[in-house]
Ligand binder design. Structure first.
Ligand code: ADP
Length: 511
């Protein structure tokens, strides 16, 4: 079978092949997001769905939808054979993996290419090289890229661990070579804790990734998480789209992101951008990718890892730089050259993203499952809502709890924070509890407002009892208000707004 969109030779040049139909091997908001860009490029889209997802919006929007027959991720969105079978049945040209699931699995990219489809993402070799944190560290230790000090290969013994930790000095971090999602990571402050922590990190890593290899790196104290978005075509052109700051994290997972970072000057952006481009070059990177760094208080930055896929937080970069990253991914995958240079890339304003998840903010972020009974995302100037849910959507335990991403774009950071606060106060979801109150807490906190926060912000400041606004209470009041108005037969005024005859007052007091 013809290998469309695969490399013609080891130098990485690709044949031009116009993509006409894409299979979206994902679900939720990112499936909808990919569909939207494809549709605007006059490309047909094919959706996949598990049993619990049979009424999800991504199915309604796509031109075709195929059932995966199953419930768990393993029997559905992670089943390579089922996905490829559908790709063949639907006669697609290309497969977009989104993020999560199979997006960073070398064997999936390879199987997609081998079956004759274009994989919208990097080559399998690049995914394999960068998918392991230690092989990426090994590669980059040969280049002029600052990596977090520590070992560049998996630990072979406790003695080696003791030696490395002594060399770099405590505190250190034990990390899983094949890690992701903040799992398999442990801070160690003294030599006495090392053995037990290595054991625990190994077990967690084995359970989560089927790989018990771990390594040691220096624990960077109170850094910011700053990452650089890059785009690289198959003709050797690589550009960066500045940074995103993702220091608001829970259990090492991002919850609120912004672009640009208030800690990054034009000069630092240039330096970090150059480092990201150097990493892409070293790894012969093609397509969109993100180089993640830790930035310490003295503005030293250290390479963490590369995410070889589109990121959850990509929209903030899109809004600030005016570039549709998904469309660029598709153009690159069909062999086109980037249509702009680094000089063309201009930063405009400020964007913030809040991840809205079905979790109980006031109860240690316990998952909140159920059916969405009321869904009214906020609107207005500068607001973007990327969601994969609607009224009737079941939020289950089977998949990621993120329901939507609320994204704002404004002239500057101050206005963006005000806009996000306003948008969060309007956002209405009933049926499940959400992290909206948590996001409101972040927007109001002095340290966030000043921009001086670091990766320990949530741990340092957030307590469930701090929740500033019971968003569910506001929604309940709104629903009760509307019901009351209806039963009162409240008349519409001449200008179309409702006039309440009752004594109901809308109030949203801090608790
Ligand atoms: P994962 O792939 O599991 O997401 P990363 O290496 O990207 O892991 O790190 C996730 C987060 O964990 C970082 O953003 C940071 O908050 C924290 N972290 C990782 N490595 C270190 C380190 N060496 N020092 C301090 N914090 C770290």
């Amino acid at each position: 079978m013809e290998r469309r969109g695969s490399r013609d030779n080891n130098r990485g040049t690709w044949r031009l092949k116009k993509i006409k139909k894409i299979l979206i091997a994902n679900r939720g908001e990112i499936a909808v997001r990919i569909h939207r860009s494809a549709k605007e490029m006059d490309i047909e889209t094919v959706a996949l769905f598990s049993d619990p997802d049979r009424t999800s919006p991504h199915i309604l929007y796509c031109d075709q939808a195929f059932p995966l027959h199953g419930i768990s991720s393993v029997e559905t969105y992670l089943d390579i054979d089922k996905i490829l079978e559908i790709a063949k049945k639907a006669h697609v040209d290309a497969i977009h993996p989104g993020y999560g699931f199979l997006s960073e699995k070398e064997q999936f990219a390879r199987a997609v290419n081998d079956a004759g489809f274009i994989f919208i993402g990097p080559n399998p070799e690049t995914i394999a090289l960068l998918g392991s944190k230690t092989s990426a560290r090994q590669l980059l230790s040969k280049y002029q890229v600052p990596i977090v000090p520590g070992s560049v290969s998996p630990l072979k013994s406790l003695q080696e661990g003791v030696k490395v930790a002594e060399e770099i000095g405590y505190p250190v971090m034990i990390k899983a070579s094949g890690g992701g999602g903040g799992k398999g990571m442990r801070r160690v402050d003294t030599e006495g804790e090392l053995e037990g922590s290595i054991e625990r990190a190994r077990n967690e890593s084995k359970k989560s990734f089927g790989d018990d290899r771990v390594y040691i790196e220096k624990y960077i104290v109170n850094p910011k998480h700053v990452e650089i978005q890059i785009l690289a075509d198959s003709h050797g052109n690589i550009i960066h789209l500045g940074e995103r700051e993702c220091s608001v994290q829970r259990r090492h997972q991002k919850v609120v992101e912004e672009c640009p970072s208030s800690a990054v000057s034009d000069h630092l952006r240039q330096k970090m951008g150059q480092a990201a481009v150097a990493i892409a070059k070293a790894a012969k990177y093609i397509n969109a990718g993100t180089m993640e760094f830790l930035l310490d208080a003295d503005k030293n930055f250290y390479f963490l890892e590369v995410n070889t896929r589109v990121q959850v937080e990509h929209p903030i970069t899109e809004l600030v730089y005016g570039i549709d990253i998904i469309k660029e991914q598709i153009r690159i995958a069909q062999g086109e050259k980037l249509s702009f240079t680094q000089e063309d890339v201009k930063l405009n304003g400020h964007a913030i993203e809040c991840r809205i998840s079905a979790e109980e903010t006031d109860n240690d972020f316990l998952p909140s499952t159920g059916k969405i009974t009321h869904f009214f995302p906020s609107e207005g100037p500068g607001i973007r809502n990327d969601s994969g849910a609607r009224v009737g959507t079941e939020i289950t335990m089977y998949y990621d709890p993120m329901i939507a991403k609320l994204i704002v774009h404004a002239r500057d950071r101050k206005e963006a924070i005000a806009k996000m606060s306003r948008a969060l106060s309007e956002y209405q979801i009933n049926g499940v509890k959400t992290t909206i109150p948590f996001c409101q807490f972040v927007m109001r906190h002095d340290e966030f407002v000043r921009g001086s926060y670091d990766i320990n912000f949530v741990e340092k400041h957030f307590r469930s009892s701090n929740v500033p606004l019971r968003h569910d209470t506001v929604v309940a009041i709104t629903a009760a208000y509307l019901k009351h108005s209806e039963s009162n037969n409240t008349p519409a005024s001449s200008n179309g707004t409702f006039v309440s005859k009752s004594k109901w007052k809308m109030s949203a007091s801090d608790e």
